[in-house]
Write a protein that binds this ligand. Structure first.
Ligand code: AMP
Length: 485
């Protein structure tokens, strides 16, 4: 699989640093279809670190875009035979946490506890699965150790306000965001006059009155944002690892600073081989913000739609393009979801019938189109192209349904294909076994009889009755059928 790598500025093949097993090169088989075959990863480990949330508020659908994307990537790489280890860090101490605490009067640890819980609930609801999450405050000894190493090696200096990383000492500072050091003079908040260079960033902050603090060789204080991530990642993955991701806003200064810290400590390059960044989600052409009142929380979205609709919605736009969330894109995703739902139900019903019909051509079509679909994912996760291919297959299946050409074996083959790609996409509606009781079937038959007799008004009354019971009637070439709403 290839993905755009912010570090090299190219679309690079994902290769594991894991030396065990056969090399990826050797495992490539000839022929397009086979290249995508399950097992291309040959059981090699892939360590993926994604920057998690700062837990001072509930997560919105912009956050969901980033985490759902990496969930799909982790699962797709697993599908390809890699052993993906997906780690998320949780920022539970920083300026925003402290600001929220002083506004609300709620202590920082309580704010963190409530919003971490909320985040985990949201991720579960969206079907996002990571291997592990790690809270910054649980790794204070590792953080302090890294700050010490940077001081010892001369990459950091102490001021009355804390410890800073000296960017002029790390000559490659700017290599990720492609900015020359002499053009950098960035302050996130008010510049601290004790800094030597405007772009120097904080490694350790001295405690201010009322702030949570930890003991350190430099007195009581708390870590800077960037050092939390390198301390956690190195603890779990060692000095170098495979993949690091986050939203596009994190390229600078966050990820740039992580590279500087880690490479300064270990002297090993690159700290991370592949850097992956997801473009932002905006709403109706505008950035989500409190002042505009247009922040859509994941929980609120899920009150109106199933999670699969959001996953389809994300797939409709390539991850490197800004996603403009509008009513229109939700409608399109909902319609696609409905199509999948109806198809899954029709397939389940067809499997119940002991039909011996079999369309051989469909199997060939699915095989051919599946290769194209996987090739699209392999090519920088081209999800819009893959979705187009998926729905062209579905269209073909529906046409064959209309023509009454499919049987049980076809149904099984289509289901197998859909479930296979769903193992990394998570877009199929939850399969519910819906049993049509004798009473319901009786009503469907009665309505059909009335229709045939031209008693349309009475037939419509029965349709309404079925609706009240949670079913709609669909008239298909095989006759009317009840479907759960
Ligand atoms: P934060 O809690 O703000 O640090 O964000 C957590 C993660 O979500 C980071 O990887 C951000 O880049 C990402 N993120 C935040 N807002 C958006 C957005 N509107 N669209 C996509 N990703 C976002």
């Amino acid at each position: 699989m290839k993905l755009f790598n912010t570090l090299t500025g190219k679309i690079d093949e994902i290769k594991s640093l894991d030396k065990q097993g056969k090399s990826n090169e050797k495992s490539k088989e000839k022929g397009k279809g086979k290249e995508n075959a399950k097992g291309a990863g040959k059981g090699k480990k892939l360590n993926l670190f994604v920057c998690g949330p700062t837990v001072y508020d509930h997560s919105h659908i912009g956050h969901a875009r980033t985490y759902v994307f990496f969930d799909m990537i982790a699962k797709y790489l697993h599908y390809q035979g890699f052993k993906t280890n997906f780690l998320i860090n949780i920022t539970d101490i920083d300026d925003k946490m402290i600001a929220r605490s002083s506004q609300s009067g709620v202590p920082v640890p309580e704010i963190a506890r409530v919003h971490l819980q909320s985040y985990l609930e949201d991720m579960r609801a969206l079907g996002v699965k990571f291997t592990k999450y790690a809270r910054a405050t649980d790794y204070m000894p590792e953080i302090i150790q890294q700050v010490k190493q940077l001081l010892d090696k001369g990459y950091a200096y102490e001021t009355p306000n804390g410890i800073y990383f000296d960017v002029t000492k790390f000559k490659e500072y700017g290599k990720l965001s492609k900015q020359p050091l002499n053009e950098l003079n960035v302050h996130r908040i008010e510049p601290d006059p004790t800094k030597r260079h405007g772009a120097d960033f904080s490694l350790w902050k001295q405690q201010k009155q009322g702030e949570p603090a930890w003991n350190s060789p430099w007195g009581k204080g708390r870590p800077g944002w960037h050092i939390e991530d390198t301390a956690i990642a190195m603890h779990f993955f060692g000095e170098q690892y495979d993949l690091h991701g986050g939203g596009i806003d994190l390229i600078f200064p966050h990820h740039e600073a992580e590279i500087a810290q880690a490479e300064a400590i270990t002297g090993k390059k690159p700290y991370v081989k592949h850097w992956i960044h997801v473009a932002f989600l905006i709403i109706d052409g505008r950035k989500m913000s409190k002042s505009l009142g247009n922040i859509l929380m994941i929980k609120d979205f899920l009150k109106s739609y199933p999670p699969e609709v959001l996953r389809i919605l994300f797939l409709q736009t390539h991850y490197k393009r800004e996603l403009n969330y509008t009513k229109e894109v939700v409608r399109t995703a909902e319609a696609a979801h409905e199509k999948l739902k109806i198809l899954m139900e029709k397939l389940a019903e067809l499997k119940e019938k002991d039909s011996k019909k079999y369309d051989k051509g469909l199997r060939v079509t699915i095989g051919r189109e599946k290769s194209k679909l996987l090739a699209a994912f392999d090519d920088d996760f081209d999800s819009p192209k893959a979705l187009t291919i998926l729905f062209s297959i579905i269209k073909r299946v529906n046409t064959l349904f209309e023509e009454n050409k499919l049987g049980k074996k076809n149904a099984e083959e289509v289901q197998k294909f859909l479930r296979e790609i769903n193992s990394f996409l998570g877009i199929l509606p939850k399969e519910r076994k819906v049993t049509i009781s004798n009473e319901l079937q009786g009503l469907v038959d009665e309505r059909e009889r009335l229709r045939k007799e031209g008693k349309f008004r009475d037939a419509d009354k029965i349709r309404e009755k079925l609706k009240e019971k949670g079913f709609v009637i669909e008239d298909t070439p095989q006759g009317p059928r009840a479907r759960a709403i």
